[in-house]
Design a protein around this ligand. Structure first.
Ligand code: 6LW
Length: 527
């Protein structure tokens, strides 16, 4: 037997959609305002997973400039049929008002880790687009219907045939499922098994009431009857369970015919409601009884599951040092909304260093010079060394713990009025920026080393000058403000917040004249 450890994809990896093709498993997860779009992880044994690629690499596939925090790429649907991989994805333009603007696109490829096609626009009636390939050769598009009338939002699951030749929806649009009594019905995926169509949905909202629901019908257009023991996966009834928010699932089979489901979940830091690693991907076994799927060992997510085979988990190499000597930075890194281009980010400008050209502020929804990676461990230490020559308080660069434009902690190298090196610890909480610490180094340093320790809910910055002596700077900072749970509810009015905490490098030149900073390395150590 082999042991699979949950989460199989740690850190901000929500809304998993999975295919199994010739024994290779591929999971697609949401990436929101982070670029490139959609994470593809691969496994050959369900035990070991690696981040391999992100398909949305061109502006023609994904334009994120100006999208709000936690907008952008929501809930991809990955499917495979007769040698072709299909990806449906939403590019949510805004989620703040009564209307949401949620165009859905389709891209295809024969090599999921190579280039994908330019997008085909499908429909914008709601998010969570999904594609089902029926065994009669017809293809069906599903999504939730956003209904803004009379204060509604979730208008049920709509379905319409997709014509792959003319690349458009055809025929009647049907509302096939209004949801179970749990409600907030989204994330539709359709399956066919033993003569039934099975409709899996995410219900209860993607927080602590979340659930994986399922219904079935003999007719693809319904009516769909809800599972007699719905939901099949959830922790909504057990608030003390260490894995919460279980929902948004996708069913799949192994080559041997075993059934499993992947789904998202969150791990609150003990005694709190804060899931600082965001919504992660988990897995459970599924068994069929009397024509219905049931989660093995009940609906609660499990820390481990046993599967056939003899795979062993590889060493969780938790020390990654990136020395910026390669042609490209490691796949773990993403930029914010903007495509990388030589004018603002370069590995070729100076040997063994990354240049970030100072651009817009940390409040900008457009062109920030920021490169970061999601945290994937509850206890993380990240270190970097940079060369910067600020002469004005509007020149800033350094190490940042970032959730969104309104929530971050920043160890910032800037200049005082004597043009000497000034280090500041800045925090942003619900958009309000506060200076937590500052120190003038009394001269102009050429290089500085920076380090951050993010240990569960506590963050501490450190720095060292050329003498290599490390000093703490600033107080212990609030790690919980970089979580969905805090951002959604802190202001008293619910705010969309679906991403996760990142740690990375950034540079701002608010004069607009592009002062650069150069980073020698970035080290991530997870414990
Ligand atoms: C996603 C929806 C959901 O589109 O959260 O977990 C939304 N459920 O299905 C964003 O991740």
């Amino acid at each position: 037997m082999a042991i699979v450890h949950n989460p199989i994809l740690s850190g901000f990896n929500p809304d998993p959609s999975i295919v199994q093709v010739n024994g290779q498993y591929i999971i697609a997860t949401s990436t929101f305002e982070w670029f490139p779009g959609i994470q593809l992880h691969r496994s050959f044994d369900l035990v070991n997973w690696e981040l391999v690629a992100r398909p949305l690499r061109r502006k023609s596939q994904l334009d994120l400039l100006g999208v709000g925090d936690s907008c952008g790429v929501w809930a991809p649907c990955l499917s495979y049929h007769e040698g072709v991989y299909y990806l449906i994805y939403s590019n949510v333009k805004n989620f703040a008002g009564v209307w949401k603007d949620t165009p859905n696109y389709l891209i295809t490829t024969e090599d999921p880790f190579g280039d994908w096609s330019d997008p085909i626009f499908i429909d914008a009636s709601g998010f969570d687009g999904s594609l089902f390939h029926d065994d009669d050769g017809r293809k069906w598009y599903l999504s939730l219907l956003l209904d803004h009338r009379e204060g509604k939002l979730f208008g049920g699951i709509m379905q319409q045939e997709y014509d792959p030749v003319n690349q458009c929806l055809i025929g009647r649009r049907n509302l096939i499922f209004s949801g179970s009594e749990i409600g907030i019905t989204e994330g539709p995926h359709l399956y066919k098994h033993n003569g039934y169509y099975y409709l899996m949905t995410a219900e209860g909202g993607t927080e602590y009431g979340h659930a994986v629901s399922i219904a079935r019908s003999r007719n693809i257009e319904g009516p769909y009857l809800v599972h007699p023991e719905n939901p099949i996966i959830s922790s909504r009834e057990v608030p003390s369970h260490p894995i919460q928010k279980a929902g948004h699932g996708d069913l799949f089979q192994t080559p041997e015919g075993d059934w499993l489901a992947v789904f998202l979940g969150g791990r609150p830091v003990a005694e709190t409601q804060y899931c600082t690693l965001g919504r992660e991907t988990f897995i459970k076994k599924i068994e069929w009884r009397e024509g219905w799927p049931y989660a093995v060992n009940g609906p609660l997510p499990e820390n481990t599951i046993e599967i056939s085979g003899n795979a062993e988990k590889g060493s969780d190499t938790t020390m990654h040092t990136t020395r910026f000597e390669e042609e490209h930075w490691p796949v773990e890194f993403q930029t914010l909304r903007d495509l990388p281009s030589e004018d603002w980010i370069s590995l070729r400008d100076r040997k063994s260093s990354l240049r970030l050209t100072g651009r817009e502020s940390l409040s900008s929804l457009h062109r920030q010079s920021l490169l970061a990676r999601r945290i994937q461990h509850f206890n993380v230490v990240c270190t970097t060394r940079l060369q910067f020559a600020p002469t004005h308080f509007q020149h800033m660069s350094g190490l940042i713990c970032y959730y969104n434009t309104q929530h971050w902690h920043y160890l910032c190298w800037t200049a005082n009025d004597l043009k000497h090196t000034r280090l500041e610890v800045l925090s942003c909480d619900q958009g309000k920026v506060s200076k937590r610490a500052k120190t003038d180094l009394g001269r102009t340093a050429s290089h500085l080393s920076m380090r951050v320790r993010y240990d569960h809910l506590r963050i501490q910055f450190e720095f060292a000058t050329e003498d290599g002596l490390w000093s703490k700077i600033g107080p212990t900072l609030e790690g919980h403000i970089l979580s969905d749970d805090y951002v959604q509810h802190a202001s008293g009015k619910y705010r969309a917040a679906f991403t996760g905490a990142f740690i990375g490098l950034c540079c701002q030149d608010l004069t607009g004249h592009g002062l650069p900073s150069y980073f020698d390395y970035f080290q991530y150590q997870g414990m």
